[in-house]
Design a binder for this molecule. Structure first.
Ligand code: ADP
Length: 483
């Protein structure tokens, strides 16, 4: 079936259970990054319409939070089931608007759905506490309550999962939410909302507002009704939003940029390390915040690793995400390609050695060849900034102490990876890395059951796992005086 004929294909915003267009009829065009063809249009809402979405979420809050956890859980499970039933078609839609290979898009739909299942289960386990009283005539009880109306602002690189890992814990905890998806990928967000509607999630509990960030952002951050903002995106925008939330003292969760080190020690299994590096580096064409950004290899295995990494990189199947067997799709935009080019050129100017790739792909558009550059040093831009593209820079190091210092020499602290066999080294290095997440002998770490998040300029808070729901609850302390 053509994607536009699917029941979940929507080109309107979703406010208070209604599909609405912009008051003035204005819209934003959604394009396929692989062909530049127009896929559809979504409304460019004005500030008043965004305020209506906040009002709707506020009006829906009392009834939603009053439901039993089991009732909320049931609705989330129905939503989960509908997403799984439509996994292939939703994956197709995601590939069209985002560009990632179909296999990854379907994988993301399953991953996105897994957060809904996870938090449908966690909804029932929002336990409180009793604490021994501080006096004979006092009893202390702690309960957990929903934060209230929440807002989520999400990026284009994971058009489904970045939404469900905010919306699912929010709903599970009894909160209502307004989501502003990235303008590059609103169709997946609207499709998820359409399925939530079909699942019977009441009007106003989930609202999707589309349009310009500069119009929508301030309405969400300035509103005293919105009690929490959860954001995934760049560090600069995250810091700006955090400041904008300060006057109304909102709770904030921020998943921001990374600059992931990927360290290969002499005692590592080289073939495994190369596979892990490929998984971590080239997933979504290098456009994830946990992609390996700096690959450090110890001198004893350096040349062998570079050679094998280059060979496997050159074998990657580059093409249109919707074509069978494609492993690396186009980048999201021309600007993204220019950033990869700039980082590569800077590395080559400063003595980097090009091993494979190195230029725009023959397919044209926004494709870039999967590239490996060796002999990269700390002075190069790619050592400090997130490239967010298919460029693998390899650094040589001698000692453990030296590589830990270099790995931590960044304002970021999201994900880090290392490959080693010695148990002592595994403990030492895991403890020394100043990161929120560490992959040890693996390049893939994301799962709904583990806490995802960073330290330093990579953010605040954790998503997924039993900890993820804490972000959407407040503790209430009851002090009971007894006779
Ligand atoms: P990326 O580089 O991944 O696009 P951004 O941080 O620019 O990262 O964007 C992530 C999300 O934040 C998107 O939904 C985008 O529209 C939104 N956004 C960008 N600037 C602002 C802003 N000033 N206020 C609110 N939202 C913003």
């Amino acid at each position: 079936m053509h994607i536009s004929k699917q029941s979940f294909f929507k080109q309107s915003a979703y406010i208070n259970g209604k599909w609405v267009d912009a008051t003035d009829g204005s819209s934003v065009t959604v394009t396929d990054p692989a062909s530049n063809e127009t896929l559809g249009h979504v409304p460019s809402l004005n500030a008043e319409q965004v305020a209506q979405a906040i009002e709707a979420a506020n009006a829906a809050l009392p009834a939603w939070r009053a439901k039993t956890a089991a009732e909320r859980s049931q609705l989330l499970k129905r939503w989960h089931a509908l997403i799984i039933d439509n996994e292939a078609a939703l994956g197709e839609l995601m590939t069209l608007e985002q560009g990632k290979p179909l296999k990854e898009a379907r994988g993301e739909i399953a991953y996105a759905a897994s957060f809904i299942e996870w938090f449908a289960e966690e909804a029932k386990r929002l336990y409180g506490d009793t604490i021994p009283g501080h006096a004979n005539d006092k009893r202390i009880i702690v309960t957990r309550e929903p934060v209230g109306v929440c807002a989520a602002i999400t990026p284009w690189n994971f058009p489904a999962a970045m939404i469900t890992r905010k919306v699912a814990p929010a709903l599970a905890a009894g909160c209502t939410i307004i989501v502003k998806p990235a303008m590059e990928t609103p169709l997946t967000a609207l499709a998820l909302a359409a399925l939530a509607e079909q699942a019977g999630i009441p009007a106003g509990v989930i609202n999707i507002v589309t349009g310009e960030a500069k119009t929508i952002g301030p309405v969400l951050t300035d509103s005293p009704i919105v009690r929490k903002l959860s954001f995934t995106g760049s560090t600069s925008v995250g810091a700006h939003l955090m400041a904008a939330c300060a006057p109304t003292v909102k709770k904030v969760s921020l998943e921001l940029g990374g600059n992931a080190p990927f360290i290969v020690f002499d005692d590592a299994d080289i073939e495994d390390a190369v596979s892990g590096a490929l998984d971590s580096k080239f997933r979504n064409a290098g456009q994830t915040c946990v992609c390996a950004n700096r690959i450090y290899v110890q001198s004893g295995v350096y040349e062998a690793f570079v050679e094998r990494l280059a060979q496997r990189t050159s074998e990657l199947n580059v093409g249109k995400g919707s074509d069978d067997g494609v492993e690396v799709g186009p980048l999201i935009s021309e600007k993204a390609v220019e950033k990869v080019e700039a980082h590569l050129q800077d590395a080559l100017n400063k003595g980097g050695r090009l091993i494979t790739g190195g230029k725009r792909h023959a397919l044209g558009g926004t494709w870039f060849e999967p590239t490996v550059v060796a002999d990269v040093t700390a002075e190069m831009t790619c050592a400090r900034e997130e490239t967010f593209g298919p460029l693998a820079p390899v650094f040589k190091f001698e000692t453990e102490a030296e590589v830990i210092r270099q790995a931590n020499d960044t304002e970021y602290g999201l994900a880090a990876y290392f490959y080693a066999e010695s148990a002592s080294r595994i403990w030492r290095v895991s403890e020394a890395l100043e990161y929120g997440m560490v992959g040890i002998n693996t390049g893939l770490i994301s799962t709904a059951s583990a806490p995802f998040g960073g330290v330093k300029s990579s953010g605040i808070g954790r998503e997924g796992s039993r900890y993820g729901i804490d972000e959407y609850t407040e503790l209430k302390y009851l002090c009971l005086g007894i006779k």
